[in-house]
Design a protein around this ligand. Structure first.
Ligand code: NDP
Length: 290
């Protein structure tokens, strides 16, 4: 049985934070403190935790972050007005609207309303388009974090076969595009989804599997080839032994010894997503001073 290396998102994100100190210092010398406006609509407990964790990191790095908490029954126009106000506020370089939004609000309309130059989540079509043509500005945080982890741990990607399971606009599709770009990955990429008739046929060919499905512990050893590297994006809350626990899309116990490397859940891609939000906000502040 081979050793399976754990690719720690804590270690990789700390390396990124170390590299950001000088960039933040240079901005502060110019009188600029990178600032994030996080907008939270409603009382979704998971969203509250996500936003708190994200803004806590900004505080610890001496960056500005304000949370705008709006009630569940906020009208779409009110949210759009707030976004418009922050779009024109020089103190904020990034705007994050925590998803999901209440059902009566059109998420796409909201994403389109964020100025592309402050869209640090990278969800605006202009930024998604720039990723697609290989000239990225703001790369969505989770896919950007995945690419960073692969690079940080020297996982070979050039010329390898990457199989992405999941095609969402926030994870699966952008990570498939990034890994195929000559400048970022230069891999051969297959993207699978719920319409893929025989998932195993593809995942067993992969050098790197990116699991972004939202299906608890779905991918076990039978889905991978010996020595594959597994990037587990899933965050699933399940009951185990009477306790509520978070697990990924990969069955860690099953693949250990067969996979060459694996991102854990938690402490894998989750911390990388937050780190990349910080990085995108610093980048936005830098672009605003040019
Ligand atoms: P979505 O539900 O938007 O997308 C899931 C994708 O997986 C869809 O494309 C779906 O196919 C596909 N899929 C689901 N089941 C199967 C299956 N059995 N076989 C093949 N494909 C399947 O989820 P997200 O992309 O938003 O998130 C994915 C997971 O990652 C979730 O657990 C989420 O919580 C987590 N996540 C973690 C983050 C982090 O920071 N670590 C950040 C963002 C998300 P189809 O399109 O056909 O429906």
């Amino acid at each position: 049985m081979a050793d399976t290396v754990i690719l720690s998102g804590i270690e990789a994100s700390n390396a990124l934070y170390d590299s950001l100190h000088a960039r933040i210092g240079a901005l502060k010398e110019k009188g600029v403190t990178p600032g994030l406006a996080a907008i939270l609509v409603g009382e979704n407990p998971a969203s509250q935790i996500y936003v708190r964790n994200k803004t806590k990191k900004f505080d610890s790095l001496g960056l500005k972050s304000d949370i705008y908490r709006l009630p569940e029954d906020t009208k779409e126009e009110e949210l759009l007005e707030l976004i418009n106000k922050i779009n024109n506020d020089d103190l904020f370089h990034g705007i994050l609207v925590q998803l999901p939004l209440p059902k009566h609000i059109d998420s796409q309309k909201v994403i389109h309303a964020i100025s592309p130059s402050k869209d640090v989540d990278g969800f605006h079509p202009e930024n998604a388009g720039l990723v697609s043509i290989g000239n990225p500005r703001f790369i969505p945080c989770t896919p950007k974090g995945i690419m960073y982890v692969l690079k940080h741990f020297n996982v070979p990607i050039n010329g390898k076969h990457v199989v992405v399971v999941g095609r969402s606009n926030i994870v699966g599709r952008p990570v498939s595009v990034l890994s195929s770009l000559k400048s970022m990955g230069n891999a051969t990429v297959t993207i699978c989804h719920s319409g893929t008739p025989d998932l195993k046929e593809f995942t067993t060919q992969a050098d790197i599997v990116v699991a972004a499905m939202g299906s608890p512990e779905f991918l076990d050893a039978s889905f991978i080839k010996d020595g594959a590297c597994l990037i587990d994006v899933g965050i699933n809350r399940i009951e185990r032994d009477g306790k509520s626990v978070i697990v990924g899309d990969v069955n860690e116990a099953s693949v250990t010894g067969k996979a060459s490397a694996l991102t854990p859940v938690p402490k894998g891609i989750g911390p990388m997503t937050i780190a990349m939000l910080v990085e995108n906000t610093v980048l936005s502040a830098e672009l605003s001073t040019n």
